[in-house]
Ligand binder design. Sequence first.
Ligand code: C2E
Ligand code: CA
Ligand code: CA
Length: 733
Amino acid sequence: MTSWILAGWRRSPVALALIATVPAGLLLAGFDNRIVAPIILVLNLIGARYSWRAARTSPSGLGPWRLIAAGRAASALCTAGLMLSWQSVAGITRLLMFGLLAAGVFASISRRFTGRAKTALVAELVAVLAAGFMSIWYFAIEPVLAHRTGTDPSVATIGWPLGDVLLLTAVAAIILGGAVSRFAAPVTLFAGSLALYLVVDLTWLFTQDPRLLSGLAVADLLMTLAPVLTVARAGLPFTARTSGPPAWATHLPLAAMLTGCLLMATVTIREGQLLPWGGLVCGLTVMTGGAAWRQLISVRQSHDQLTTDTLTGLCNRAGLDQALDRTAKRGDPAALLLIDLDGFKLVNDAYGHAAGDAFLTHVGRQLRAAVRGVDVCARIGGDEFAVLLADTGHVNDAIAAAQRILAVAAGHPARFDEDLVPVRASIGIATAPAGYDSKVLLRQADTAMYHSKRAGSHRYARYEPSMIDHRADDAALAEDLQHALDRDELHVLYQPQVDLISGRPIAAEALIRWQHPTRGPISPVRFIPVAERSGAINDIGLWVLEQALIQLAAVPGGEHLHMSVNLSPRQLREPAIVHDILAVLDRVGADPRRLVLEVTESALVDDTGGIAALRVLREHGIRIAIDDFGTGYSSLQYLTRLPVDILKIDRSFVAELDDTPEGSAVAGAIVRLSQVLHLATVAEGVETEPQAAELRALGCDIGQGYLYAKPLSPTDFAAFVSGTTIPDSPRPR
Ligand code: C2E
Ligand code: CA
Ligand code: CA
C-alpha cells in the first residue's frame, strides 16, 4: 500500500502490534469461537477508543469518527452480550452498530457534496438500497416471516439482515462518493472492512457456519486499523478529496436496477407465478431497461460534452488526455502528433473572429480527413491540434501521417469571399514505448513542434533527445527585439553585387545586424525567425527598407546602383504590405525601379495573397528576386506564372562548382532556366575566382560574395563603389 499506511505503521506501535498478534491469535484459535469472540471484543474496544481519538485529531472527521466510535462500542456490547448469551442485548446493540456505522459513513460522504450533486448521490443510493432490500427480503426475511426456515421472526433474523442492507448502501456511498480512488485515505481501509463484514454476514445467512466468526474478526481488525492509523498521522481527514468515483462505479445504480429485475423474474419462475406476475415482471423489466438506457445516454452525453471541442467537434484537451491515459493503461506504445497552425493570428486579424472560427472548423475537417477513423483528433488550444495514432507507436507511421496532414492541408485552402487562405502548420512528432508518461510524451511532441516551427513553415519534426527547448530563450529574444529599434541596437550592412564580366558594383543587398547590449552581436539567422513569429519583422523590415533607400541615395556616384532588400514571408502576408512599402518609397523619395525585393520560394508556394501583393508592387516598377533559388519546392511550371525578375542561385550550388559537369549541373540549369524566362541571375556566396570564372562561363550575370566584399558598413560600401580600397575588407586570393 502507500506511504500513508507505511508512515502510519512506523509511527504506530499499536497498529503493528495488532497486525502481528490478531492474525496469529486467530490461527492459534483454530475457529474456536470461545477464543475468537474475545478477540473481536478487544478489537471493538480498541476500535471504539481510537475512533474517538481520531474524531479529535482530524477536525473534518469529528462527526463521522464519533458516530463510528459509538458504532464500535455498540458492537463491543453486542459481542459481550453474545458471549454471555444475553440475546436481547446482543440483538439491539448489533442493530445499533449497523445504524451508527452507516451513519458515520453517510455523514462523512455527504459533507463533500452540495446541491444537485448531493441529490443525485442520494438517488443513486436509493437504487442500491432498494435492490439490496429486494434481495434480502426474498432470500432472508420473507422465508422467516413465512416460517419456512425454522427460526422465528426476531431482531436477529429480521433486523440484522436489514442492517446488512444499510452496510451495503454505506459501501456504495463510499464508492459512488469517489472516496476510494485513493488508498491513502482511512476511508478506503474502512470501506474494505465494511465490504468484508458484509460478505461474511451474508454468507452466514445462508450457511450458518460458526467458523465465519473468524472472518468477522478480520473485518473488525481492518475497521480498527483505520482510526489507529489516522491517529498516528494526526490531522488526516476521514475522506480525501478525489476527482470522482471510478468509471465502473457510475454503473452501480444500473447494476442495482438489473438485480431487482432479475430477482423479480427469478421469483416469478421459482414460485410458478407466470400468471399473472409474468407479464407484469416483463413489462417492469422492459420499462427499467428503457430508463436505464436513457440514463446511460445521459451519462455518455455529459461525458462527451466534457471531452468534445464544441467548435470543431473533435476531442478537446480533456478528451486527448483521456485517450492518452487509455493507451497508457492498456500498455500500448503511442505516437502523438502536435499540430500548430502557422499564421492563424493573421487570419483572425484580417478577416475577423467569425472567419477565424470557420478557419479552425475547416482545419478540423481536413485533419479528420487526413487520418484514419480510429485515430484520435483533438483541438487542444486556440490553433493547436493533436492526433494520437491508434494501434501504433512506430515513428514511420507517425511521419507518414504528418506528411499526409501537410499534403491535405496544402491542397485545401480555406475560402473567404474572393480569397483563398492557405492552411499551413508545424507538426511535432513524439513516440513512446509501452508504459510511457503522457505528460512527458506531450512535452516531447511540443518541443519537436517548436523546432519544426523554428525551421520554417509547413513542415514536421520528430522529437530527438538532443533537442533543446528554445522556447524560453526565444521568448527573451523576442522581448528584447521589441525595444531593439528604439534603443538603436539595429543597423544595416550592405553587401555589393558586381557585374561578373566588368567587375563593377551594380547593386547591394541590405543585411540587418543586431548588436545586443549584453549578448553582443546576434546573427540574423538567429533573430529573424524570432522576429517573424513575434511579428516584429513587420516594423523591422520596413525600417531596413527605409535605411537601405536612404543609403542608396547617399552613395556618391551611385546613381546607377540598385538596392536589394529582403522581404520575409510574414511581411508578405500582411494585408497592408503594398501600401507600407510604397509609403516608404514615397517618404524617402526613391525611384521604385532601383529597388529589388528578395523573397524566398517558400513564401510564394500556395500563398496567393502574397503573390497578388508582389504583382502590384511590380506594376509600380519594383523588381522581385527569388532568394535561395533551388532550395525550396516550387515547381518549374509554377515559376512561369510568378511575378519574378531575378533568380538568386543559392550559395550551396555555387559552392559545388568545381569545374566538373556534375558540380555545375544545378547552377547551369538555373542560369538556362532564367535565360528562357528572360530573368536575370545573381549568384550568391561567390568566394573564389574559379567559381566566378565558371559562373561567367555558364552565363550568369551578377555575383555576390566574399570574393568581392563581405557585408559592409555604409562608409565602406561608399568607398567600395567609388573604387577606393577598403582596409578591413577581405579580398580572398
Ligand atoms: P540571405 O538573404 O541568403 O543573405 C545572404 C547571406 O549570405 C548573408 O548572411 C551574407 O552575409 C551571407 N554571405 C554573403 N556572401 C557570402 C559568402 O561568400 N560566403 C558565405 N558563406 N556567406 C555569404 P547574413 O547577413 O548572416 O544573413 C542571413 C540571412 O538573414 C539572410 O540570408 C536573410 O535570409 C536574413 N536577413 C538578413 N537581413 C535581413 C533583413 O533585413 N530582413 C529579412 N527579412 N531577412 C534578413
Ligand atoms: Ca537575401
Ligand atoms: Ca540568399
